[in-house]
Design a protein around this ligand. Structure first.
Ligand SMILES: [Zn+2]
Length: 472
């Protein structure tokens, strides 16, 4: 395996504005978004346990070549949901569902029992597995899963490479995660108390066992239990002495769709959790979460994460993919809009008619500049983001028409999105929160004047709740 020597240490995961910007590495095909000049666009790489388990040498080569801090999410929650989410269809000939090979490897070879039982028996984990018959927690079982789950994160990559490859590494620590994640489970609306007690025990035991790195608590929760957040926080505060850091993931938390009450609950959650730790990172967050990282807020977030290839929220269990449509991250909307919506706004405002108007109102990123040079006008450059191929399919006596973005349009949209996220995060450092909120208010007015107020109501909801947070 060819490994290129890295150049930086793992000492710091805080970048612009003293916050941590995570980019999730989901497949090896995404490698190009992390390398070369793109290396400067994020601070920390988020890896899933199944990619690490399935292709350790490819992952090790990738990590050694970028030499950036990373963490490995052990995905222990994946085993508590309906097992259909861990399965995939076979070849065209064999359409039967079977467990994904990456998940089988993770469970059987790395995490062990009771995770492997899920694969062998095809039954999801119940919290009762972790309790004795008298209702107390089974500490020896929880200790065993802590050892398996954390030694997977600490040793597996290093153990997977050969001696020759090891010699090429500047520093074998390049293959050690920046922090460990204790085993964790999803807090669903009904059984959250039982699962939380297991998570807390797993955190305490992991922290006792492993002192060489910080240990993070991953808190993955259903939107439906946010109103119970005070109880959850009280339990954490009561039962854990000290938390090195928290990774937060609220199921399907599309920030553009939150009501005012839901935003208020989310901010209240941060307020409660900050009593236990200085480091809380929302691993699937949008612009609301970026603003919540602002240093002007007392109980702020410490970072956000997103992927290159899709939006900023993520469901705990995968939902149907739907039909891919061309999207464009419109900075004034702070959202990845359908291209046709972005085009309505840009064209109505005439922002496509000159380079100055385009750069001042739409985007001045490297990708947009490249496209303007390539196509000659900002209008043609902007249209390139919406290029689609049309497919027609007969359906129940009529014709359905689908538009799929071309590979070039998709690629351009991803790079433009990554540049915009980086710009938004850098701007936290260069402006007060009040300045950013007043800019957002005028952006809201401009967008509403074309699409109606409901289209961009979320900007006002975020602004009003952030103003309140600033006062508290
Ligand atoms: Zn751009």
């Amino acid at each position: 395996m060819a490994i290129k020597k890295g150049t930086t240490s793992h000492s710091n995961i805080r970048g612009a504005g003293n916050m941590t910007h995570i980019l999730h590495y989901n497949t090896h095909a995404e490698r190009r978004y992390f390398t070369g000049k793109n290396r400067e666009m994020y601070d920390l790489v988020g890896l899933n346990g199944n990619i690490v388990s399935f292709s350790p040498t490819g992952t090790a080569a990738f990590l050694a070549s970028i030499s950036k801090p990373f963490y490995i999410d052990p995905q222990t929650h994946a085993f508590q949901h309906d097992t259909i989410h861990l399965k995939t269809k076979g070849s065209r000939k064999n359409q039967e569902l079977h467990f994904k090979p990456s998940i089988v490897k993770l469970a059987n070879d790395r995490l062990g029992e009771p995770f492997s039982n899920v694969i062998n028996n095809d039954i999801p984990l119940s919290p009762d597995v972790f309790y004795n018959s008298n209702g107390t927690l089974n500490s020896s079982l929880i200790t065993r899963i802590c050892r398996n789950v954390i030694s997977f994160q600490s040793k597996f990559l290093i153990d997977s490479i050969d001696d020759e490859t090891r010699d090429f590494l500047d520093n074998p620590n390049d293959l050690l995660p920046h922090f460990y994640i204790a085993p964790y489970f999803f807090l669903s609306s009904i059984l959250w108390e039982k699962w939380l007690a297991i998570n807390i025990a797993a955190y305490r035991i992991s922290k006792d066992l492993y002192r060489d790195k910080p240990v993070y608590l991953e808190l993955v929760l259903s939107q439906a239990i946010l109103p119970n957040i005070q109880d959850i926080c009280d339990q954490i505060v009561r039962d854990i002495a000290d938390v090195d850091g928290i990774l937060l993931w609220i199921d399907g938390n599309a920030e553009e769709e939150l009501t005012r009450l839901e935003v208020a609950n989310y901010i209240h959650l941060l307020h409660c959790l900050r009593r236990k730790t200085n480091t809380i990172i929302n691993i699937h967050g949008g612009y609301l979460s970026s603003l919540l990282c602002h240093n002007d807020l007392k109980n702020n977030l410490s970072g956000i994460g997103h992927s290159a290839n899709y939006g900023e929220h993520r469901e705990v269990v995968p939902v149907g993919g739907g039909i891919p449509r061309a999207r464009f991250y419109l900075q004034k909307a702070h959202s990845r809009l359908h291209f046709s919506d972005a085009a309505d706004i840009v064209i109505n405002k005439n922002w496509h008619t000159s380079k100055d108007l385009y750069q001042n109102n739409v985007c001045s990123c490297i990708k947009c500049d490249e496209l303007i040079k390539q196509y000659g006008t900002p209008e043609a450059a902007f249209n390139a983001y919406g290029d689609s191929n049309v497919t027609v399919v007969p359906f129940k006596g009529s014709i359905l028409r689908f538009e799929y973005p071309t590979p070039e349009a998709k690629e351009a949209g991803i790079m433009h999105y990554l540049y915009n996220k980086k710009y938004e995060i850098d701007s936290l450092n260069n402006h007060s929160l009040i300045e950013l909120l007043s800019k957002m208010e005028s952006d809201y007015q401009e967008i509403s004047s074309v699409k109606g107020s409901e289209f961009a109501d979320y900007l006002e909801i975020w602004r009003l709740e952030l103003l309140q947070a600033l006062d508290s």
